[in-house]
Ligand binder design. Structure first.
Ligand code: UDP
Length: 444
C-alpha cells in the first residue's frame, strides 16, 4: 500500500508503555503493539507521540525513543506501578494533561487510543479539539466477563465507556474477525466503522534458526521434545491446560519437557508471580513437576532463541483478543498448537502452520503433541508454513501501513498534506500540562 502523506499521530496507551519490561501481569502484547506500530509508522515518515502514564519518578517528561517517536509521560495518579484495574479514577487527570499537551504544540492529525481507558481520553480530545479518533480496544470488557465472571476486577463503568466509544469514535480497529463479530454482537457496532487490522511480528527479530545452537545457548537438553509456552502468567492463558496435556502424552523415545517463559520477575518467584504457585501445584498433582521448567520473565530481545529451541509452541488461552506469541513462534519456524479462539483462530491456519484445539481440553492438546512428537517432518513442514504466513500477512510494516490508511481516511479533507517541521524543541511536549508540569524541552 502506498504510504499516505506524513501524519502526526498521538498514540495513547495509558498503562502499556513501550518502555516497560514485558511478560509481567500488566505488560505484554499491548506494549509490543504500541512500540512496533510507532516504530513502523516512523519508518514511513510519520511522527508519533506515545502518551503513557508516568509510573516512576525517574522517567523524564519526554523520551525520544527513536527518530520520529517520542514517549510523553503523563502525570496521572502516583508515579508508581498501579494495577490497570485501579487506573480509571486517574483518567480525568490523564485527559486534562493530554489535552493541555495537544493544545500547546503542532496539531495532531489523528488520535489512536489503545484500551478502554485511553479511549476515554481520546473521546475528550475528539470532543474538545475536534481530533479524529481511532481506537484499538485490545480486549473487550464484555468478552472478558463472559470468560472470567466474578474474577474480572475492572470497574463496572468499563462497559459504558466501551459502548460510548463504539458509538463516537471515527473507527474501531478490530484485531481479528472474532473481535469484529464481538463488537457487533455485544456492542452494536456499525460494521462500516470497523477496520480489521491484525497485530504483527518483527520478522527481523524473530526468524528461523538452528534448534541445536539455541539449546546449547540456553543449556537445554538435545534429546528432549521441548514444548514451549511463553507469555504473561495469568490464569486465562491456560498454562495449566498445557501442564495437564503433558501428563497425558504417550510415552515416547524422546521425553517431553514443558518450558514456561514469563512471570513478573526474571527468576521463577512465587511471591512476585502468585500464579506460579498454582501452576506448580497442578504439575505436582499431575506427576510431571520434574518435566516442567519455569524460567521467569525473559527480555523480548532474547526470546527468538527460546522459540528456536522449541519443537513446538503451545498457547491455549480461554479466549484471546489477538495473541502475538503464536506469530513470534511462526516467524521462528516452529509449529504452533493454539486454542481455536479469537486471534489465534485467525493467525494459525489449522494444518498449515500448526493445529487448533479447543481450550480447556488437555486430551485434545496431548493428541496433537503426540502427533508432532511422532513426525518431525510434519512439524518442520508446519513450521515452514508459519514463516510463509507471517511474512505474507503479519509484519509490523504491513500492520502500520494498514493503520496509516485508516488514519488517512478519518483525517480526511480536514487535513491538508504538508511537510512536517523538523524535530525540534517545539511540539506538543513543549507546553505545560494542565498548568502543572513544566514545559518539556526535547533535545534538537
Ligand atoms: N513477552 C516477553 N517476555 C516474557 C513474556 C512475554 O517479552 O517473558 C512478550 C511476548 O514476546 C509477546 C508479549 O509479551 O510479544 C505478549 O503478547 P501476547 O499478545 O501474546 O499476549 P498479551 O500480553 O497481549 O495477552
Amino acid at each position: 500500500m502506498p504510504s499516505p502523506a506524513a501524519l502526526r499521530i498521538a498514540l495513547i496507551s495509558e498503562h502499556a508503555s513501550p518502555l516497560a519490561t514485558l511478560g509481567g501481569t500488566d505488560s505484554g502484547g499491548q506494549n509490543v503493539y504500541v512500540m512496533e506500530v510507532a516504530r513502523a509508522l516512523a519508518s514511513r515518515g510519520h511522527r508519533v507521540d506515545v502518551f503513557t502514564r508516568r509510573d516512576s519518578p525517574q522517567l523524564s517528561p519526554a523520551v525520544e525513543l527513536l527518530p520520529g517517536v517520542r514517549v510523553l509521560h503523563i502525570d496521572a495518579g502516583p508515579a508508581a506501578a498501579v494495577p490497570k484495574e485501579a487506573l480509571l479514577p486517574h483518567m480525568p487527570a490523564f485527559g486534562e494533561a493530554a489535552e493541555a499537551l495537544c493544545r500547546s504544540g503542532a496539531p495532531y492529525d489523528v488520535v489512536h487510543a489503545n484500551f478502554f481507558m485511553s479511549a476515554l481520553v481520546g473521546l475528550r480530545l475528539k470532543a474538545r479539539l475536534a481530533l479524529p479518533l481511532v481506537v484499538t480496544f485490545h480486549a473487550l470488557g464484555l468478552v472478558r466477563r463472559e470468560h472470567q465472571g466474578a474474577a474480572d476486577g475492572f470497574p463496572p463503568e468499563r462497559e459504558a465507556i466501551e459502548r460510548r466509544t463504539v458509538q463516537e469514535a471515527d473507527r474501531i480497529v478490530a484485531e481479528c474477525p472474532q473481535d469484529e463479530a464481538d463488537l457487533v454482537r455485544l456492542y452494536g457496532a456499525d460494521p462500516a466503522h470497523l477496520a480489521l487490522v491484525p497485530c504483527g511480528v518483527d520478522t527481523r527479530e524473530f526468524a528461523p534458526g538452528s534448534k541445536a545452537c539455541a539449546r546449547r545457548a540456553l543449556g537445554l537438553a538435545d534429546g528432549e521434545f521441548i514444548v514451549l509456552q511463553l507469555g504473561r502468567m495469568v490464569p486465562r492463558k491456560g498454562v495449566d491446560n498445557v501442564i495437564r496435556a503433558l501428563a497425558l502424552m504417550a510415552p515416547a523415545r524422546r521425553p517431553a519437557r514443558l518450558v514456561v517463559v514469563g512471570g513478573n520477575s526474571a527468576t521463577p518467584d512465587e511471591a512476585a508471580t502468585p500464579e506460579l504457585g498454582r501452576l506448580r501445584e497442578v504439575a505436582r498433582a499431575c506427576g510431571v513437576q520434574a518435566r516442567v521448567t519455569f524460567t521467569g520473565q525473559r527480555e523480548h530481545a532474547a526470546l527468538c532463541t527460546w522459540y528456536r529451541a522449541a519443537d513446538v509452541f503451545v498457547s491455549t488461552p480461554w479466549y484471546e483478543p489477538f495473541g502475538i506469541t503464536p506469530l513470534e513462534a511462526m516467524a521462528c519456524g516452529r509449529p504452533v498448537i493454539g486454542s481455536d479462539v479469537g486471534g489465534i483462530r485467525y493467525s494459525v491456519l489449522h494444518g498449515e502452520c500448526g493445529f487448533l484445539v479447543p481450550p480447556h481440553d488437555p486430551a485434545a492438546l496431548a493428541r496433537r503433541l503426540d502427533q508432532l512428537q511422532a513426525s518431525p517432518a510434519l512439524a518442520a513442514a508446519l513450521g515452514r508454513g508459519g514463516v510463509r504466513r507471517v511474512r505474507a500477512r503479519f509484519t509490523w510494516q504491513q500492520v502500520a501501513d494498514q493503520l496509516a490508511g485508516v488514519y488517512a481516511e478519518v483525517a480526511g479533507p480536514r487535513r491538508q498534506p504538508r511537510c512536517l517541521p523538523q524535530r525540534s524543541a517545539a511540539g506538543p511536549g513543549a507546553g505545560s500540562a494542565a498548568g502543572s508540569a513544566p514545559p518539556v524541552l526535547l533535545p534538537a
